[in-house]
Design a protein around this ligand. Structure first.
Ligand code: NDP
Ligand code: GDR
Length: 373
């Protein structure tokens, strides 16, 4: 039986990857951070009681900033594969916490690679690094592929640039099977609530049911290549099953604006929107609505405004992936379109909003914050 260690197992990708590897018969180990509240919601459904004989999923307390902890866990687990998905992964937050982001996302990667080498596992343990399309930043060619020059535009991207190159360096210096998946944005109903797609699906579902009034957005002209996290974790595993370690760009080859994603989401909720105004004055007003689906909304309601607080000091305006190499060499193609993903996300967020609306109707407290992210 193969064993895998996943950093970031409590995150979006980590949870899908853990499910995927368990189905493949792996023993899966994950690193979770100590938090003052439970933070394992995304993996609770696959959690196995450690008192049961031979649990296939084991969680270890740890942190990417803690070298001795990482070295001890790797020494205990002796993993065949390490997936480094742990990160301070929010681009806007990285401007607020640049040093911490560099430590976790950049040096954290070095700590893992060095632990593998120090423990003499460099010929046994294969290493996957969660690299990102944010490396392309201020894009130098369109679409972006493996040979496109990098131009990071945030502390997050600069930290991930270090992680990218140190992964290449350990491959070249020590003959490690170490590779980078340069992944474009991928989303799902498990996406963190402050990333743009989930902020939109959750926010508009809440507005449809009267739990919120208005969605406040940043730069809605921004263009992204959005895929589904399920398709992308399959690819992470495939990258570690080759004869030779190589880096791959993973995207869908299609791009849409944030404004289009807002429009799709509204349509899923049977709301027709009218976008008007420019720049920070732009708004989205309800043109028509089916009140069976969105009972709290009426024509004329302004349900989206721009709030400059969500603008970033430097923006990545456009990203579009060219996944040709992944298709030709690995036979990988994305199976879920961005629109299908949006449909799934809205359905899930609407379900949750209905539960909260019911609680509110009965004068009960809402179990989660409705903070707009
Ligand atoms: P999430 O933000 O959903 O998950 C990040 C994970 O990292 C969480 O489990 C989080 O723990 C953990 N983490 C954060 N800080 C630390 C730390 N100091 N030590 C250990 N673990 C930590 O990200 P995604 O699942 O979306 O992304 C996975 C990886 O892929 C990330 O590295 C991200 O940068 C990268 N990436 C993501 C893309 C995307 O579109 N989703 C695209 C390209 C790359 P906790 O739950 O406790 O917060
Ligand atoms: P990104 O994702 O920065 O691409 O990083 P995010 O969803 O945060 O932003 C995408 C684009 O939408 C614009 N935007 C807003 N973004 C947020 N979060 N909130 C808003 O209100 C808002 N309004 C407009 C942003 O400016 C941006 O242009 C994600 C993360 O998962 C990274 O970890 C990963 O590496 C990259 O994708 C690929």
């Amino acid at each position: 039986m193969k064993s895998a260690l996943i950093t970031g197992i409590t995150g979006q990708d980590g949870s899908y990857l853990a499910e995927f590897l368990l189905e493949k018969g792996y023993e899966v180990h994950g690193i979770k951070r100590r938090a003052s509240l439970f933070n394992t919601q995304r993996v609770d459904h696959i959690y196995q009681d450690p008192h049961e004989p031979n649990p296939k999923l084991k969680l270890h307390y740890g942190d990417l900033t803690d070298t001795s902890n990482l070295t001890r866990i790797i020494s205990e687990v002796q993993p065949d594969e390490v997936y480094n998905l742990g990160a301070q992964s929010h681009v806007a937050v990285s401007f607020e916490a640049p040093e911490y982001t560099a430590d976790v996302d950049g040096i954290g990667t070095l700590r893992l690679l060095e632990a593998i080498r120090f423990l003499g596992l460099e010929k046994k343990t294969r290493f996957y690094q969660a690299s990102t399309s944010e490396l392309f930043g201020l894009v130098q060619e369109t679409p972006q592929k493996e040979t496109t020059p990098f131009y990071p535009r945030s502390p997050y991207a600069a930290a991930k640039l270090y992680a990218y190159w140190i992964t290449v360096n350990y491959r070249e210096s020590y003959g490690m099977y170490a590779c980078n998946g340069i992944l474009f944005n991928h989303e799902s109903p498990r996406r963190g609530e402050t990333f743009v797609t989930r902020k939109i699906t959750r926010g508009l579902a809440n507005i449809a049911l009267g739990l919120e009034d208005c969605l406040y957005m940043g730069n809605i002209d921004s263009l992204r290549d959005w895929g589904h996290a399920k398709d992308y974790v399959r690819m992470q595993w495939m990258m570690l099953q080759q004869d030779v370690a190589e880096d791959f760009v993973i995207g869908t080859g299609k791009q849409y604006s944030v404004r289009e994603f807002i429009d799709w989401t509204a349509k899923e909720l049977s709301i027709e929107l009218d976008f008007s105004g420019e720049g920070t004055e732009e708004t989205a007003t309800v043109k028509s609505v089916d009140n069976n689906v969105a009972p709290a909304v009426k024509p004329g309601d302004v349900i989206m405004r721009i709030d400059p607080r969500y603008f970033r000091p430097a923006e990545v305006d456009t990203l579009l992936g060219d996944p040709t190499r992944a298709k030709e060499k690995l036979g990988w193609v994305p199976e879920i379109t961005a629109q299908e993903m949006c449909t799934e996300m809205v359905a899930e967020d609407l379900k949750t909003a209905k539960r909260y609306a019911l609680l509110k109707e009965h004068g009960l407290d809402l179990p989660v914050s409705l903070e707009n992210g």
